[in-house]
Design a protein around this ligand. Structure first.
Ligand code: BTX
Length: 321
């Protein structure tokens, strides 16, 4: 009931809504409305009450809970089993442990803060509290290990659309896993797997969403490279649970499409959303640098770069300039 009341207050945040109207909408007494209102205030919500006008939500606390995410989910399985922690070493670690204990597909571990959030090649992922949302989801696709990179591209499509649907912003993808707004990174995706030689046991997809950061929340060396949804929205914050629930919904949609129809549809959508394709790029890996025209991706998620001499180089893993 508390969540339903919150929904009414959020939907009417621009106007006052009377106690009588709320009691009618929720089918509960005026006393019960008042009781739930007090509970919300104790949880940090600020609700203005003006005689003869009614109530108006003026401040949403910058906290988040499993219930807040779950009450916003429009999914069948993704996130329906959700472990939420205020602080973890890395949600990847937690999700790997749960996957080893046979937790079902769609199980999510989310956190407000990570002490050792990580990106690819064990690079650190800055994951301060009260700003973003850091989560990992367990998938159990019946695929060969070499196809697992397809899921990184699938996740990139899903995160891009999930953010767009919930915020109205229009992120773009940079191969293979950066989600950019205004050419700065606002989300990152890390795909890891537990696998037998020829069959995947579990894929753990870690998603880091920079949502309500100010510039100062990023260390100086990242300030020109990283951004958040709020920074790209004139400083106006988003409800972190809304963004998370929207990303999970689009992740479930694209995963379903992939399992039933294969990688083709994912690939086409990825190419529409990616800025990398059709541009001159420089792919820098530990072993070499390849420069040329980014032609597209293969069905394995490999980037194809056409070099000056016409040869096509396949890029499996690199950072793109
Ligand atoms: P990546 O290797 O593509 O990017 C890592 C690089 O991004 C860092 O070296 C740094 O330059 C930059 N960076 C670090 N933190 C941030 C940030 N918050 N915003 C923008 N840029 C940043 C990307 O790896 C994959 C990130 C996955 C993170 C999720 S969070 C939930 C899960 N748990 C966990 O430990 N990792 C994943």
């Amino acid at each position: 009931m508390r969540d339903k009341l919150l929904q009414v207050l959020e939907d009417t945040a621009d106007v006052y809504v009377s106690g009588q109207e709320i009691s009618r909408l929720l089918g509960i007494s005026r006393t019960a409305v008042w009781k739930h209102m007090e509970e919300l205030r104790k949880a940090g919500y600020e609700i203005e009450a003006v005689p003869r006008k009614g109530y108006r939500l003026t401040h949403i606390p910058n906290l988040i809970s499993a219930d807040e995410i779950k009450s916003r989910l429009h999914t069948k399985t993704f996130g329906q089993k959700l472990v939420y922690k205020e602080e973890v070493t890395s949600t990847q670690e937690e999700a790997h442990k749960l996957a080893g204990k046979n937790e079902p597909e769609g199980t999510v571990v989310a956190a407000d803060k990570q002490l050792q959030g990580r990106g690819r090649l064990d690079r650190p992922w800055v994951s301060a509290s009260g700003t973003g949302l850091w989560f990992s989801i367990i998938l159990r696709p019946d695929i060969r290990p070499q196809n697992a990179p397809q899921l990184t591209l699938l996740a990139a499509v899903a995160v891009t659309e999930g953010i767009a649907n919930a915020s109205g912003l229009q992120p773009r993808i940079k191969w293979p896993n950066d989600i950019l707004l205004n050419e700065k990174k606002t989300a990152g995706i890390l795909t890891e797997m537990q696998s037998d030689p020829d069959r995947v046991q579990a894929v753990i997809i870690g998603i880091g969403l920079n949502i309500n950061h100010d510039k100062d929340h990023f260390p100086p060396e990242l300030q020109s490279k990283a951004t958040s949804l709020a920074l790209e929205n004139n400083g106006t914050a988003f409800h972190r649970a809304d963004i998370t629930a929207s990303v999970l919904r689009s992740l479930e949609y694209w995963y379903g499409t992939y399992l039933t129809g294969g990688f083709g549809a994912v690939r086409r959508r990825w190419e529409e959303l990616a800025d990398t394709i059709g541009n001159h790029v420089r792919a820098v890996s530990r072993f070499k640098t390849v420069e040329g025209y980014a032609e597209g991706i293969t069905d394995d998620g490999v980037l194809l770069i056409k070099q000056k001499d016409g040869t096509i180089e396949k890029i499996y893993s690199a950072d793109i300039d």
